[in-house]
Write a protein that binds this ligand. Structure first.
Ligand code: GDP
Length: 300
């Protein structure tokens, strides 16, 4: 995974330097914390997240637990690791399934974030677990979007509910509601609703997404965010949180050359867990997100 390349190198190097010291002075800790802060900022991690992170590391690293430790440097490495796991969301969070089928999962995010591709990936993952997902095409904004979802669904071997051709203008809220109804009738146990992407945060489309949410009462609303988006991640995520109150995050394009800022900011800023990471264009390129594994990868 290319993501975190530079950040990972810099943090690893900073902590390696620390390991060469026996006893740590307050100046050693401060120097380390300063380097961590710089590395995080250079990786586009949001400032409030950086501040909170470094303050916690500093406080714990200067505190009793390190003073008493046999190997103080090792202890600081552990603290950095723990705090990284914390900003990535702590515990792994699995997809919530409805007690009574169908489970409704709605996807939202900017255009090009990887929503439609993720819809196919999710369908495929669910099928492997014995589910029978129905993909619902509610992106009636972009001329080719319905067709694109159909192609993705075919690759995933999943069924699609879409408005009739020629009827493309349609009402996405109705399509979503009908889609859930069709799933119930045809005994699909999961419904995946793909919604219209937008280039920027767009009030009209946000209202449409919010109306779809209200009409279908989803078990999960997943916000798909491109890990390459950098500093815009926080504002975009907050706008979608206000607009559709998402329940979880999908980080896409983690295979790309992203600096890691989005990944390291979004869970912390929104308080919503990252549930999946997308790592390529193929339908297999997706994994459940584990904060602890991601932190170890960064500090490897
Ligand atoms: P949507 O507009 O949000 O539905 O985004 P799409 O699913 O159409 O994805 C936009 C582009 O990003 C497409 O060219 C996808 O093949 C590509 N893409 C999606 N997910 C990933 C990913 O995890 N990694 C990479 N490298 N490309 C991706």
């Amino acid at each position: 995974m290319a993501t975190f390349g530079t950040l990972s190198d810099r943090l690893t190097e900073t902590l390696r330097n620390l390991r060469t010291k026996g006893k740590l002075t307050a100046a050693d800790v401060d120097g380390t914390v300063r380097e961590i802060r710089r590395a995080l900022l250079d990786a586009d991690v949001a400032l409030p997240v950086v501040k909170e992170f470094t303050a916690k590391v500093r406080e714990r690293a200067l505190g009793d637990e390190v003073n008493r430790a046999l190997n103080p440097a090792q202890q600081v490495v552990q603290i950095v690791n723990d705090e990284l796991v914390g900003i990535l969301g702590g515990q792994q969070r699995r997809l919530q399934m409805a007690k009574t089928a169908p489970t409704v999962i709605m996807l939202a995010g900017l255009q090009g974030s990887g929503k439609t591709t993720f819809a196919g990936k999710l369908a495929k993952m669910l099928e492997k677990d014995g589910h029978t997902p129905l993909l619902v095409a509610c992106d009636l904004q972009r001329p080719n979007a319905v067709n694109q979802l159909q192609v993705v669904a075919e690759r995933a071997g999943a069924a699609v509910y879409a408005p009739e051709p020629g009827n493309g203008v349609g009402d996405p809220v109705r399509v979503a509601r009908d889609g859930v109804e069709v799933a119930r009738r045809q005994q699909h146990d999961v419904v995946i609703i793909d919604t219209a992407g937008r280039l920027g945060v767009d009030a009209e489309l946000m209202k449409q997404a919010s109306d779809i949410r209200r009409a279908t009462d989803p078990d999960e609303v997943l916000f798909v965010i491109d890990a390459m988006i950098g500093q815009d991640a926080v504002n975009t995520a907050k706008a979608f949180q206000d607009g559709v109150d998402f329940t979880g995050v999908v980080l896409s394009k983690l295979d790309g050359d992203a600096r890691g800022g989005a990944a390291l900011s979004v869970a912390s800023v929104t308080g919503r867990p990252i549930i999946f990471a997308s790592t390529g264009e193929g339908l297999e390129d997706v994994e459940a997100f584990h904060p602890d594994r991601m932190a170890s990868r960064i500090l490897d």
